[in-house]
Design a protein around this ligand. Sequence first.
Ligand code: NIG
Ligand code: FE
Length: 431
Amino acid sequence: MSGNLVIKNASQLVTCSSFKAKQGKEMSDLHIIEDGALVIEEGIITAVGKTEDVLAVSHEADFYSRGFEIIDAQANAVLPGFVDSHTHFVFAGYRDEEFSWRLLGHSYMDIMKKGGGIFNTVRATRSAAKEELIETGLKRLDSMVSFGVTTVEGKSGYGLDRTTEIKQLEAMKELNNRHPVDIVSTFMGAHAVPQEYTGKEDAYIDYIIERVMPEVTDRNLAEFCDIFCEKNVFSVPQSRRLLLKAKKNGLKIKIHADEIVPLGGAELAAAIGAVSADHLLHASDKGISDIAEAGVVATLLPGTAFSLKEPYARGRYMIDMNCAVALATDLNPGSCFSESIPLLFALATLYMNISIEEAITGLTINGAAALDLADTAGSLDVGKTGDAIILEYPSYKFIPYHIGVSTVEKVIKKGTLIFDNVGPLNYKKIF
Ligand code: NIG
Ligand code: FE
């Protein structure tokens, strides 16, 4: 599925140009080309520039005769497809009851301690057929596409046993084959301590290392390894042990760090060369300067803080301290059951003091960098994958301005149009 396509007459071609994460002040520069055009050949971007320049080199008629599709952006803004670099989108069952308990004041961790939370989803996912995970996964991916997402990361971690962890990763592999969105898989067998191992965290880490990880790496089922490094879950030394082993086995590293309490997860991420440290609601000043210096992407998930009614991560401070910040949804059935990109933009810009430009960087090139994909995705640069979105408005500023509503009109994946928001039915014809 790779197409030949020209997009012309973009009021703003928001290129987000870069082949690496943007740190600190660089995050404000979106490298916009006014009245821009983009050429995608066999799925890869081959030209980026002003419409008149791009069409002067090769005329529209030439493109037509070579079998290209031409989309007129009609003076609307064009951006790279969004990269949602942290989700747990493959799961079975829902936790709507627990959501209502949280509204009554029960905390996320208390619900988990009583056998709910992640354990609730583990029970449902263990008993679900792989095909069921694939069917719901396909629907969730479709919804993400409607928000402009063209690359998504997904984690295992609702099995906490070999069979189910592998089932989840196999489902993601199958989804990657069956759906146009690119899926980056993360092995998160250490998402929680399974109830069978209560009080025996180290033995569970041994089990993951000895019994599950070899199959994951031998069969190439994941690119990353992640762990919930948290008080009452996995300690910093346990996390270090697992992640260093993963690294040795060729997996790249992510960490759920300092989400509920300040434990030193950010410091660990910097010390062991993680690609990203995620959540960071309670990251210390030292942790933040460590990740800035080590070039670890700080992946912030404001939807989760919002849903848990926790204070937001210190995104403004992190950018001011020269971090590369990525923004992601954390879509999961518990702490944040939302794949909404418009919600993410609203929270980042209105409540975290992150500028619109920085938020866009966080969902494009820095999201790609959080997946180690900055050389192929996340910007409209020649040589990158042809993933783009066309808004229904002339300026990228409409993305957060139209609060909570998707402004995405068309989505292009590898040069092929995969979503077109044609709008409601033509009522005049009906009545
Ligand atoms: O990123 N913190 C741990 N994991 C997820 C939540 C998973 C769940 O509640 O199902 C998170 O918040
Ligand atoms: Fe998460």
